[in-house]
Design a protein around this ligand. Structure first.
Ligand SMILES: Cc1cc2nc3c(=O)[nH]c(=O)nc-3n(C[C@H](O)[C@H](O)[C@H](O)COP(=O)(O)OP(=O)(O)OC[C@H]3O[C@@H](n4cnc5c(N)ncnc54)[C@H](O)[C@@H]3O)c2cc1C
Length: 415
């Protein structure tokens, strides 16, 4: 097989979606994924209307329907015993006005299977891009450590050359560091402890996604029909303290914040039942250099506020494919390098939606979370958003969360 025209490092939502879109346009693309499969610790599974629209445009909506999933139409917060909706997606004028809660590995398998229908697409698993290959100041490929046993003659260590390398290797991106791309970091007041608790008779999915706030902590409960997915928010850097206090401190804090779960917090036997998301938010100043582009979390790590990370990654992939395909076809046909101005156009297109989304996340963090998480655990619960403001914000927030800023649409290319 000839060298690919595009090498994508990272088989997450950004990388696999880009691989699919490019292969569909006849571009030879190899996606490198360092893991053997897409199964991971929990890392989010909210597929928003903007992504559902992209799937529909690709003719994949029916396949998503076949994956067991849930639909979430409302989200809100509870304070002083009262629940207030801050999101109601039923107002959105789209084909799929809901968030589909789909395990991320099923979502990625769906995309990879659809991409594999194109001979131009290749997914190499257990293949880690660990450095860039640079010639005359231009990235011309990556160095790969391959544990699959299927590629590379030198103990699975080889060079993969491509006209364009895309860093879609997530928020700890190796390639963005290797490229010397610098970022602007924005603080976040919290880290998140994720875990599950069992569903009990009498629980209702109609309770919808709900935030609850207590002094020094907050919790998000997401109904998953057979279990509750819990995001327990703690002060930034506070996990070591919490761990030192023991699992009982977590159980107690949760029971106080979400009283209806008090009867089952004992199911948490140790911190091994939890995974911690160290929240960070940043954005590259420049998303590209000659021969290379960064997208998804590799160019902008997002806060978990509003659960938009997957969807922004997908939007980046759609925008990148729409802008890159003509230049990549030229590169594939005649070896002409992809001009920097096309890479700059991708950054230009996606920078504003990313910056606006991060600005909203920062506002929510500052107004809604910072004071709560800094409050003394023995004080009375701090006030958050006044309830009267929720109906005013509901429509704009629903649109912002569901569709994002400047939603992208899949282009269809002549052969
Ligand atoms: C605990 C947790 C909960 C989250 N919850 C949500 C949520 O509810 N909703 C939401 O929208 N977002 C959520 N997110 C964020 C979301 O998962 C990311 O924003 C999104 O997955 C970004 O997609 P990506 O493709 O850019 O990067 P990633 O999903 O991080 O994918 C990067 C891929 O690259 C691979 N990789 C890394 N380095 C290399 C390398 N050097 N070579 C080859 N492969 C490599 C990784 O294995 C990974 O598969 C959550 C994240 C975490 C950690």
């Amino acid at each position: 097989m000839p060298d690919p025209t595009v090498c994508v490092a990272g088989g997450g939502p950004a990388g696999v979606m880009l691989g699919l879109l490019l292969a569909r346009a006849g571009i030879r693309v190899t996606v490198l994924e360092k893991h053997a499969d897409f199964l991971r610790d929990f890392r989010g599974d909210t597929v928003h209307p903007s992504t559902l629209e992209v799937l529909a445009e690709l003719g994949l909506a029916d396949r998503l329907e076949q994956i067991p999933h849930q639909r979430l139409v409302r989200a809100g917060f509870e304070h002083a015993g009262r629940r207030v909706d801050i999101l109601d997606l039923r107002h959105l004028r789209v084909r799929h006005p809901y968030i589909a809660l789909v395990p991320q590995w099923d979502f990625l398998e769906l995309l990879a299977a659809a991409a594999s229908a194109y001979p131009e697409f290749e997914l190499r698993r257990q293949a880690e891009a660990y450095d860039l290959v640079v010639e005359h100041g231009r990235v011309v490929g990556v160095r790969v450590r391959d544990r699959s046993g299927g590629h590379g003659s030198d103990g699975g260590d080889y060079t993969l050359r491509a006209a364009l390398t895309v860093a879609a290797d997530g928020r700890h991106s190796t390639l963005r560091r290797a490229a010397g791309l610098t970022s602007r970091a924005f603080g976040a007041p919290m880290d998140v402890v994720w875990f599950r608790l069992p569903w009990a008779e009498g629980d209702s999915a109609a309770q919808a996604l709900t935030f609850r706030f207590g002094p020094g902590r907050a919790a998000v409960t997401i109904p998953r029909r057979t279990y509750w997915q819990i995001a327990y928010l703690i002060r930034k850097g506070g996990f070591d303290d919490l761990r030192a206090q023991g699992i009982d401190a977590l159980r107690r804090g949760l029971a106080q914040t979400v009283p209806f779960l008090a009867d089952r917090v004992g199911e948490l036997t140790s911190f091994d039942d939890t995974s911690v998301l160290e929240v960070r938010m940043d954005r590259l100043r420049r998303w590209y250099r000659p021969g290379m582009l960064a997208i998804g979390d590799a160019s902008h790590a997002m806060s978990p506020v509003a659960g938009v990370g997957i969807n922004l990654a997908v939007q980046d992939a759609v925008a990148a494919a729409n802008l890159l395909v003509p230049a990549l076809r030229e590169a594939q046909r005649s070896g002409v390098p992809v001009p920097d101005r096309v890479l700059a156009a991708v950054q230009h297109r996606r920078q504003l939606p990313t910056a606006v989304t991060q600005a909203v996340q920062r506002t929510v963090q500052t107004i809604g979370l910072d004071r709560t998480l800094r409050a003394d655990p023995d004080s009375s619960p701090p006030g958050i958003l006044p309830a009267w403001l929720a109906p005013v914000l509901r429509r704009p927030m629903s649109r912002f969360v569901g569709l994002g800023v400047r939603p992208e649409h899949v282009r269809t290319w002549p052969d």
